[in-house]
Design a protein around this ligand. Structure first.
Ligand SMILES: [Zn+2]
Length: 260
């Protein structure tokens, strides 16, 4: 019998390692592990000591990015610290997801970029999640972004600025700033509520002044608010009107003419 091996390339967050791989229906399951802290402080009684590790006798499954157009999942046995003083067992949260959700941070960022030029129903359907989950992800990302700056050492040559909207249930508009330095892999830099100049500035100010000066090109839709914010805050950057954005704009003009 002939055998073949297939290599799956996987970017992993710092410290996360894959222990096992399993084909799982139409998806991929990776058994993952991450470094655990040497010491833990008890949430209940405040006692701190060396981690006393236990594993819950169950597996958690967390949605990650698609591979070859199929969903992939990270699977782990949740590690728990057992406090010897009060007996409390508390979860040691993995670094790749927030508490009480079943998807990774980078899946959340993927949902944000998927919303560009789309809507929550379509994104939910494409990714096999509910529209409520899409809305929750946007809200969590908005809250996180408020407190976060972009790492000042990051080199950013090209950015994109786009509007996303959740129209169905919530009337929510947001502005996303993406790093397009590697055009194949756009990465979310910041997200802010609203689609006006203030939202655009909030996103751009997540970059340090030297970082903003180093940006050489930006792609936005033709929104005057985005164009003027980029012109002022990215002093050395050329505006590139994206074909996708132009197509959308022309579509809008055609619709307007038809309506007349
Ligand atoms: Zn305790």
């Amino acid at each position: 019998m002939a055998t073949a091996s297939i290599t799956i390339e996987l970017d992993l967050p710092d410290g996360v390692e894959v222990r096992e791989y399993e084909r799982h229906g139409d998806g991929h399951a990776f058994h993952v592990a991450w470094p655990l802290p040497d010491r833990c402080r008890c949430d209940r009684c405040g006692h701190e000591q060396g981690t006393r590790l236990e594993h819950k006798a169950t597996f958690y499954t967390v949605r990650d990015l698609d591979i070859w157009g199929q969903p992939s999942f990270w699977v782990y046995q949740p590690p728990v610290h057992h406090c010897p003083r009060c007996g409390r067992r508390q979860h040691l949260l993995p670094p790749f997801k927030r508490a009480d959700v079943t998807y990774t941070y980078r899946f959340e960022r993927h949902v944000l970029t998927a919303l560009i030029g789309s809507n929550e129903e379509e994104v939910a359907q494409r990714l096999g999640i509910s529209a409520e989950t899409v809305a929750l992800i946007v809200e969590n990302q908005l809250a996180d972004s408020q407190a976060k700056q972009v790492a000042p050492t990051r080199v950013i040559r090209s950015v994109g600025m786009d509007e996303i909207s959740l129209k169905k249930r919530h009337k929510l508009y947001a502005t996303i700033l993406t790093d397009l330095s590697d055009p194949i892999r756009p990465e979310v830099l910041a997200v802010a509520a609203g689609r006006d100049r203030a939202a655009a500035e909030t996103c751009l100010n997540k970059l340090s002044p030297p970082q903003r000066q180093a940006v050489a090109s930006h792609r936005t839709d033709m929104s005057p608010a985005y164009l003027s914010a980029c012109k002022d805050l990215l002093p050395n950057s050329q505006s590139v009107i994206d074909r996708f954005h132009v197509a959308k704009q022309l579509g809008g003009v055609a619709d307007a003419l038809r309506k007349k």
